[in-house]
Design a protein around this ligand. Structure first.
Ligand code: XMP
Length: 305
């Protein structure tokens, strides 16, 4: 386990030494990893750090507002509205790995522009230990590892939480007094809701996934899942009012895990599942069916793509 008493001052000192008087950028994702990395770097070098948040339109409900609030103390924060550009780039793309690569490339384009504008010499990243393992093992092309450094010619890359597991990053977040919501928020994949809609990414499917994920996160909070989510997995016939409709199928998933490498589907009581079903079908006119995923990892993965 990480010793937070010494971790924070050591990390701050290391960042200060590495970056010195130069400028740095970090891409904020809204997740705990990049938030902790940003908070550490900001403590070390203040406004020499430009935190960049790219609003891809693939984020969780309320995420952009939350980021603005949490990091409002950083004067150099930049929020980029790239929602339309991401949707455009993803149009017609159905393959999961291709989605990741399109999103990664678009992200790089957006970020590169900001990095140049900020005259940044260093890149700070919130890469954690399991990201490195999974990426090195070629399990999935995590777009937050690799990619960025290849395009912008940085003098160096600083990864202050590279040796930590997720639960250790959370401990550090508490130590840094980061917003409780950020510190305890469950992991969210870099490609965001794009991998929680099967097939082509459309504004309609994204909205269903976003609202459904929000319901699931709220309703399952007491179960303290490592990750809970909802995905738009296809279409099915249903009856709404007096009409038969061909609506979306939303699959709900809630898992326990330590690091995401293996996971167990959680046992959820019927009443809670029914409440989730009723909220998702009630709040989303075009959802006709809600199912609960009982598969562990392996053989399934946590996400749907
Ligand atoms: P899977 O679905 O592989 O997910 O069981 C394991 C953990 O990784 C997250 N995940 C990703 N994170 N980029 C990311 O930054 C990705 O492409 C990606 N795919 C999956 C997933 O949410 C879970 O926490």
């Amino acid at each position: 386990m990480v010793n937070t008493d010494t971790f924070v001052p050591d990390a701050v000192e290391e960042i200060e030494t590495e970056i010195g008087d130069e400028n740095a950028v970090i891409a904020l994702s809204g997740g705990v990893d990049s938030s902790v990395a940003a908070a550490l770097a900001y403590e070390a070098i203040g406004d020499q750090l430009t935190p960049v948040y790219v609003d891809t339109g693939l984020m969780r409900k309320g995420e952009t507002a939350q980021i603005r609030e949490t990091f409002s103390y950083m004067d150099s924060l930049r929020v980029v509205d790239a929602k339309d550009r991401f949707l455009e780039a993803l149009s017609g793309v159905t393959d999961p790995e291709e989605k990741r690569s399109v999103i990664g490339e678009q992200f790089i384009r957006e970020f590169e522009r900001e990095a140049r504008d900020a005259d940044a010499d260093f890149l700070v990243q919130g890469t954690i230990y399991p990201d490195r393992i999974e990426s090195e093992g070629g399990i999935k092309s995590h777009h937050n590892v690799g990619g960025l450094p290849d395009v912008v010619d940085f003098d160096g890359i600083v990864e202050p939480v590279r040796d930590l597991y997720k639960d250790e990053v959370r401990e550090v977040a508490h130590e840094l007094d980061l917003d409780e919501l950020v510190a305890e928020r469950m992991p969210f994949p870099g490609p965001g809701l794009a991998i929680r809609v099967i097939g082509e990414v459309t504004a309609e499917k994204l909205e269903v996934a976003r609202e459904s994920c929000h319901v699931v996160e709220e309703e399952l909070e007491e179960y303290e899942p490592w990750q809970a989510l909802a995905a738009v997995v296809g279409k099915a016939t249903g009856v709404k009012g007096d009409n038969r409709v061909h609506g979306w199928i939303v699959s709900v998933r809630s898992v326990e895990s330590r690091d995401g490498m293996t996971a167990r589907a959680q046992e959820i009581d019927w009443e809670t599942l029914q409440r989730i079903q009723s909220r998702i079908t009630g709040e989303n006119e075009n959802v006709s069916r809600v199912v609960y995923d009982v598969t562990h990892k392996p053989p399934a993965t946590i996400e749907y793509e």
